[in-house]
Write a protein that binds this ligand. Sequence first.
Ligand code: BG6
Length: 291
Amino acid sequence: MTYEIPGAIEITPLSDSGSKVTLFHAASETSVEIYTFGATVTSWRAHTGKNSLFLSEKADLSGAKAIRGGIPISFPQFASGPLPAHGFARTSNWELVLSEMGPHLPTTVKLKLESNHKTLAIWPHKFRAEYTISLDETLRTELEVTNTGDTDFSFQAALHSYFSIADIERVAISDLSTVTYIDKLAALERKIENNSALRISAETDRVYLNSPNTLIVRDETCGTGIAIDKSGFADTVVWNPWIEKSAGMKDLCANDFKKLVCVEAGQIDAPVTLAPGLKWIGIQELKRIDL
Ligand code: BG6
């Protein structure tokens, strides 16, 4: 069975692990690249060729570790905890199970990850995760998790989007004003955001709770922005490693902190509990805008 569609979906087998899937949407002149390793979207390009997602030049694309950049998936754990950081979804091999396109439809693929001996060894729950990526003038990513076992389980999830920006000091994220956030750099203290346009000028690692479903990331240097629409995900994470942390990360270049900002749709503070047979869906939709 091939999922290739001439002019819309290309599949490139990789020597190390899985394959790279490229989606084209002719009418909007956009494209997306996805590694089946981690189901990680690594690029989202407009007709100009510019990747709106940040992908580190030092990202390891071999399948040996999580890809630094794009949109890795955090599941079933967000960040640190008993499981490997951000869970195992971003380091698992996902299977391509569907591709479709049509004159008036987005170009779409679906990838699947089911519990297997490796996941059951560290997280004893039977599940099916399906990730649908649809491209037209927007990039829509939908994560669906089904409990295929016979006992309840709980999980966290996030779409850990890295946006490419020209200069972090000329970026504004709006509007998170009045939203309570957990400041991971201040012993998990809960604080309230006072700024209607959040600006970053130091290491930042925050989980905004029950955040608005629509946010805008403005890149003032370029006069462009990204509108983020989420549903199903209650929270939003804002992360930038800043100078020291960035310099200490093997898969980031020293100055990369200037060129990236992570704004992640997540279900973090209140994990989802799924009874047998039930499913949960979280969606993130990205759209490029001019300011
Ligand atoms: C963010 C977390 O989502 O991801 C941070 O809030 C973490 O605490 C960052 O440092 C990067 O995580 P990792 O595991 O990809 O280095």
